[in-house]
Every structure is written in structure tokens, then in C-alpha cells.
Design a protein around this ligand. Structure first.
Ligand SMILES: Nc1ncnc2c1ncn2[C@@H]1O[C@H](COP(=O)(O)OP(=O)(O)OP(=O)(O)O)[C@@H](O)[C@H]1O
Ligand SMILES: [Mg+2]
Length: 259
């Protein structure tokens, strides 16, 4: 088991008030799973991700990685945010290499790994570009390479394609699927896009409205179908449409925003 969440409760307690965010969350993630998390806005998805990343700790319950309590952030838990986090004064190559330099990897190994990951995200030839010279999609690919180069045990992504246009988003999804199928990484990705979840996940977790708890899980294999058949027409199958419908129904019934 890579991750094990046991009976998690979390609230934000400040002078502004006390907000229950997560309640009774139980989740085990096995090696190589691609988990997508869906749920109404504000239900605690990002909070859950921050907990797995080690930025925050549960108020009660246990958050474990490889059977040990998650104590804080480190390179074993790679995070990719909606807005790419890059150092503006460093070029693409140095941004990707940054973590390895901090960890004092030998120079030749840094060069080799950086080159390999530039290729993996399709950015060979852009090594000397600065972030401001890149498009949004390219910046997100650098951000991904910067995370992957550290070979994290767990990759956490919080709506990583949310700020991208539809076409770039589809390309990024393809890239993520391709990388995952090659590296067999363990991934947890938050999205508000049901199709994105259905087309990438091996398991979909649906959270309730705040305080977020897991209301339903779906084991899906569409991502394997896409890898095998190299086409995305699965979304026209009846089974796919039914699952999609079911998930949307759960999310909409949770969201009392307009009620
Ligand atoms: N640092 C904080 N201090 C106090 N409350 C917070 C803090 N961060 C988040 N919250 C509250 O916790 C709740 C859950 O927030 P979270 O960001 O986890 O939701 P989310 O499911 O990721 O939403 P979205 O889909 O809109 O990104 C919200 O009500 C939010 O106001
Ligand atoms: Mg969020």
C-alpha cells in the first residue's frame, strides 16, 4: 500500500471561524493506481491533497505513506498545481534540475536525468528557454518534468489542466496517460471534469459536499482501452455514458449551491 488514510477528520480553525472540511475519510491506494478525485467545489479535495503532500496534518485519524505517518513534504510526494510553479529566473533545464541539485546528485547524472525528462514531456530543444518565453501548456509540462525527475513515490495533481484551453488540455491528458503507462507511477489527480476522470483513472473517488467524505468509488478501465486501442471513442459506449451519468448525479445531488 502506498497510501493509507484511516478515519481522517480535518477542520480549519481560525479566528474567522471553525470549518469542518474532511470527515471519516478512509482510502487505501495501491502502487500503480491512477486515482481521480471528483466532488463539489469546496468539499475538501485540495485539503485532502495537501494532507497527502504533507503540508497539513489530520486533526484526527491517520495519514500514512508506506505504513509511516506523513510528517511533512518531501520529494517522495511530487505535487503539480493548477498554476505551474517555476523559478522565473531559471531556464527550463535548470528548473527541472533544481531538485536534483539540492539533493546533490552528481553533475553527469543531473544532466542525463534532465535530458531524459525534457524528452519525456516533449520539450527537447527548449532547455535554454525561460518560463516567460513558454506557453501555458509548455510551462505545465516543465512543472510536470520538474516533479517527475525526482522519481516521487506518489504524484499528486490538483486540477493540473484547469487553466489550459480545451485542445492543450486533451494533449496534456494524453501525455499524462502515456507517462503513467510507461512509468507505472502511483497518481492521485483532482479534477472537476468527469470525462477527464473517466479517461485517466483506474479508480474514481467521489466526495460528498463539505465536510467531504467518500460517497462512492468506481473502478474503471477506460484508460487501458485508450492505451490499447489508441482511440478515445470509448466515451460513446453505453457503459461509459451510464457511469458518467451516475457520477454526475451524485455530484449534483451533493451540491446544494443553487438549492
Ligand atoms: N487555509 C484555510 N483556512 C481556512 N479555511 C480554508 C483554508 N483552505 C481552505 N479552507 C476552506 O476549506 C474548505 C475546502 O477547501 P478546499 O480548497 O479543500 O476545497 P476544494 O474541494 O478543493 O474546492 P475547489 O473544487 O473549489 O477547488 C472550503 O470551505 C474553504 O473555504
Ligand atoms: Mg481545490
Amino acid at each position: 500500500m502506498v497510501v493509507s488514510l484511516k478515519n481522517i477528520y480535518f477542520n480549519y480553525d481560525s479566528e474567522k471561524g471553525n470549518v469542518d472540511v474532511l470527515e471519516n475519510v478512509n482510502l487505501d491506494i495501491e502502487e500503480g493506481e491512477f486515482i481521480c478525485v471528483l466532488g463539489p467545489s469546496g468539499c475538501g479535495k485540495s485539503t485532502l491533497l495537501k494532507m497527502l503532500a504533507g503540508f497539513i496534518k489530520p486533526c484526527s485519524g491517520q495519514a500514512l505513506m508506506d505504513d509511516e505517518t506523513i510528517e511533512g513534504p518531501d520529494y517522495h510526494k511530487g505535487v503539480v498545481f493548477q498554476n505551474p510553479v517555476l523559478y522565473p529566473w531559471l531556464n527550463v533545464e535548470d528548473n527541472i534540475a533544481f531538485g536534483l541539485k539540492m539533493r546533490k546528485f552528481p553533475k553527469n547524472q543531473i544532466e542525463e536525468l534532465t535530458k531524459k525528462h525534457l524528452e519525456l514531456v516533449g520539450l527537447s530543444g527548449f532547455d535554454k528557454y525561460k518560463p516567460y518565453e513558454l506557453s501555458g501548456g509548455m510551462k505545465q509540462r516543465v512543472s510536470l518534468a520538474k516533479t517527475l525527475v525526482n522519481k516521487p513515490r506518489l504524484i499528486l495533481m490538483d486540477e493540473p489542466f484547469g487553466a489550459l484551453d480545451a485542445l492543450t488540455r486533451t494533449n496534456m491528458q494524453k501525455l499524462i496517460r502515456h507517462i503513467w503507462s510507461k512509468t507505472k507511477n502511483t497518481v492521485l489527480l483532482i479534477t472537476h471534469d468527469v470525462d477527464e476522470a473517466l479517461e485517466l483513472a483506474t479508480r474514481i473517488i467521489v466526495l460528498s459536499d463539505r465536510p467531504g467524505t467518500i460517497v462512492k468509488e468506481f473502478n474503471t478501465s477506460y484508460t487501458y482501452d485508450i492505451i490499447k486501442n489508441k482511440n478515445e471513442n470509448i466515451r460513446y459506449s453505453e457503459e461509459y455514458r451510464n457511469t458518467r451519468e451516475e457520477i454526475l448525479k451524485i455530484i449534483n445531488s451533493q451540491n446544494n449551491f443553487f438549492n
